[in-house]
Design a protein around this ligand. Structure first.
Ligand code: ZN
Length: 491
């Protein structure tokens, strides 16, 4: 019996070793060249990503990170324009001429207060400092690496047209892309590609939530709270009535809506009636129209609360983004290339690193997800979270990918993402993401019909919609220092 058993085992082993045949893709030679270009640059890309990981600069302070990326683009032969859309850390790098014009976006801002070493247990690299808790150190580099590969293929005469890389700062708290859109920086782009670090590999057909970020302020007048309180009108009273109304409103919003706030000021000491109170509020829904409706109700509520308390109120929109508009034609194309690339080759040590993080954070110890998720032709429900990529998607057809750079289910915008982004798990995800973008870019350059199909889907879906950004007039506000609360992100 023994030999038969052995024979059976060896057959099984042999079967499992033989790799599954790669799915067929168009333009194989160009895609192989794109992948080879990224492999050739991978050491340089990894070093660049690690530098940006160490810079860990927050929204609109990404001076060194933007400079490192822009100068790499320049050394690769791109024409670089720095400081676009009134943001010194926003830039455009371009190569080639004529159409099509394919855009790729990259981000590089960090989050305040989550500094972390590249290790599977929580320990700050520098206590209280920012950290790349959304993996944007990987994001910018992978995107620019894909643009470099397209540039090399254009230079070699294998592709024809223009590749444009957009360095888009301040995703986390200012929504830099919305300002870039407002100022026409993306004009002339036929199709835009982008990815995001994640705990899974997906060609994203699901939307994201629309969000409006506002500040509600109350102004009254002060007096001593025991000596002559009848002479005062409390701003904190206005704020309390407002939050009470807001929480009553929760019963009467759609299940898809979300409201969250923090009270930032409501007086300093009990014996002085506060003359100023401030609340920071976000309203979200899967549909921007519903966000607008909530915003209108909130404006009325602030007026009512102010009237009841005998104070003045102001409601100021500081930022906001739309819900994403997925382009199924483009996403299907990207999925084919992601599928052709095969799973990310994470090692046993990397899986162990991920499981240690999962143990530390109390989530199932399932490790990393290296395989591509099936394509969702009929996208499921929108998950929580918002992004400024969404606004771009209402102006230009966008392809959006998510790529594994961290452990499944571990907290995002938190130390595990910083840890993985500074070591080989993040690096491997970054290189794979770059290849997924680059191979999809090849298809777009080679097949004008694909671009036409994406544009036609885009035209149908945006019919009758007029895009209007939420951001206020003027240059983007630079957020308070690195100790400010973490902003919004894609998760
Ligand atoms: Zn992010």
């Amino acid at each position: 019996m023994q030999p038969i058993k052995l024979a059976l085992i060896s057959t099984l082993v042999a079967t499992s070793i033989v790799a599954a045949p790669k799915p067929k893709v168009a333009h194989l030679a160009e895609k192989q060249a794109a992948v080879a270009s990224i492999d050739a640059h991978s050491a340089e890309m990894t070093a660049l990503s690690d530098r940006i990981w160490r810079h860990a600069e927050t929204a609109l302070r990404e001076t060194k990170s933007a400079a490192d990326l822009a100068s790499w683009a320049e050394t690769q032969g791109f024409r670089v324009t720095r400081g676009v859309a009134s943001m010194p850390t926003a830039f455009v790098a371009e190569y080639g001429n004529g159409s099509p014009v394919i855009g790729i976006m990259g981000e590089y801002d960090a989050l305040p207060g989550i500094s972390q070493k590249a290790q599977p247990t929580k320990e700050a690299l520098e206590a209280g400092s920012p950290g790349h808790g959304c993996g944007h150190n990987l994001f910018g580099v992978a995107s620019l690496g894909a643009a470099v590969s397209a540039k090399e293929l254009i230079a070699a005469g294998k592709l024809r047209g223009t590749i444009r890389f957009f360095g888009t700062p301040a995703e986390e708290s200012v929504s830099g892309k919305v300002y870039m859109l407002r100022d026409g920086v993306f004009e002339g782009v036929d199709v835009m590609l982008v990815w995001h670090p994640s705990d899974e590999n997906v060609s994203d057909t699901r939307s994201t939530q629309a969000l409006v970020d506002l500040v509600v302020e109350f102004r009254g007048h002060t007096a001593h709270a025991a000596y002559d309180p009848w002479n005062a009108r409390s701003a904190a009273d206005g704020l309390e009535i407002f939050t009470y109304s807001l929480n009553m409103m929760r019963e009467h919003i759609r299940p898809t809506s979300r409201m969250h706030y923090t009270i930032q000021r409501a007086g300093d000491v009990p014996n002085v009636v506060p003359d100023y109170a401030k609340l920071w509020l976000w309203l979200r829904d899967n549909d921007r129209v519903e966000v607008d409706r909530m915003l209108e109700r909130v404006r009325q509520m602030a007026q009512g609360a102010a009237m009841a308390a005998g104070v003045e109120s102001t409601v100021r929109v500081q930022a906001g983004v739309w819900n994403a508009l997925p382009n199924i034609t483009g996403q299907r194309l990207a999925w084919q290339n992601m599928s052709w690339l095969g799973p990310i080759a994470f090692s046993d040590d990397e899986q162990l690193f991920a499981r240690q993080i999962q143990k530390e954070t109390g989530v199932p110890e399932s490790g990393l997800m290296p395989a591509l998720k099936p394509f969702e032709e009929q996208p499921g429900p929108v998950e929580g979270g918002s992004t400024d990529v969404a606004d771009v998607s209402w102006n230009i057809p966008v392809i959006h990918l998510s790529v594994t750079t961290g452990p499944s289910a571990a907290p995002w915008h938190a130390w595990p993402v910083v840890a993985c982004g500074g070591m080989s798990i993040g690096h491997k995800g970054m290189i794979w993401a770059s290849k997924a973008l680059a191979t999809t870019t090849v298809d777009l350059f080679r097949d004008p019909k694909t671009i036409d199909a994406m544009k036609s889907e885009f035209a149908t879906k945006t019919k009758g919609v007029t895009y209007k950004p939420y951001v206020p007039d003027g240059p983007p506000p630079v957020p308070a220092g690195d100790t400010a609360p973490a902003g919004r992100g894609t998760n």
